[in-house]
Design a binder for this molecule. Structure first.
Ligand code: NAP
Length: 254
């Protein structure tokens, strides 16, 4: 914890997968968590219940981040919820985690897939940060969840990889801009993690075997592998780290 006051985090896409793992991990450290979700209300409620069962505090907020309207919906919900429950609109930690994977190589990717990728993976985090800035306390934290694919040639998922590279650029620029407010901005890049994101591919057991072989550390990643990195970055121990690209791929890029 950076302060003795209880901190509050907004984690996008916390109904499932990596976001859920991050929400649970931050709550374990005593952080109040806003569990954002889009379509899976039941999964979001399950994340909230899991946090509450361990004595933590969490609130679900729905918003479709494929449009700017959704970003406004998100902050309407966040403002209301924080004001009602904590008496303030301010919070400390923003984790831009919600993301999608679409399309294939450059010949296969449609305009609709390209636009949806840009909307959810790039435009939403950009405008979420814009809306978050007046609400984020000085000394706060922004974590953008990118991907190892941002740092390698990935023709099979070219548009997706482009969106994650764009997020890295956002991290770099904002780390510089927000340093006077002692807000750190970092990117965490997962490798292949066992979530619904990979579900179609993982139906084939050979895919799981291959995925495990991609990481030098020899297994498929788990949401907790990423959540622990995020927990470190939001802690006071990480106060001197900003503008970093943290490779959390289990050595997949070596
Ligand atoms: N899994 C991997 O191997 C891997 C590897 C590298 C990077 N990543 C990145 O890690 C992040 C999380 O991935 P994951 O594996 O946890 O994915 P996931 O299991 O598919 O979960 C995606 C989350 O994003 C939310 N979401 C999807 N579309 C949305 C939209 N239009 N508006 C708002 N929220 C939306 C979902 O909400 P609902 O379920 O409520 O609809 C869900 O909570 C993504 O940014 C992804 O690019 C994942």
């Amino acid at each position: 914890m950076k302060t003795s006051r209880q901190e509050t985090a907004l984690v996008t896409g916390a109904s499932r997968g990596i976001g859920r793992g991050i929400a649970l991990r931050l709550a374990r450290d005593g952080v109040v968590v806003i569990v954002h979700y889009n379509q899976n209300r039941r999964a979001a409620n399950a994340t909230v219940r899991a946090i509450e069962k361990k004595g933590g505090k969490a609130f679900p907020i729905q918003a479709d981040l494929s449009s700017l309207e959704g970003v406004s919906d998100l902050f309407r919900g966040v403002d209301e919820c924080l004001k009602d429950s904590l008496g303030t609109r301010k919070f400390d930690i923003l984790v831009n985690n919600a993301g999608i994977s679409r399309g294939g190589d450059i010949e296969e990717t449609t305009e609709a897939e390209f636009d949806e990728l840009i909307a959810v993976n790039v435009k939403a985090p950009f405008f979420i940060i814009q809306q978050a800035l007046p609400r984020l306390r000085n000394g706060g934290r922004i974590i953008n969840i990118s991907s190892g694919t941002a740092r390698i040639a990935m023709p099979e998922e070219v548009a997706y990889a482009m969106t994650k590279r764009a997020l890295d650029s956002l991290t770099l620029a904002l780390a510089k801009q927000l340093a006077p407010r002692k807000i750190t901005v970092n990117t965490v890049a997962p490798g292949i993690i066992d979530t619904d994101f990979q579900a179609d591919w993982f139906e084939d057991p050979r895919a799981r075997e291959f995925a495990a072989s991609v990481a030098a550390l020899g297994r498929i990643g788990r949401p907790e592998d990423i959540a622990d990195v995020v927990a470190f970055l939001v802690s006071s121990e990480a106060r001197w780290i900003t503008g970093a690209f943290i490779d959390a791929t289990g050595g997949s890029l070596l």
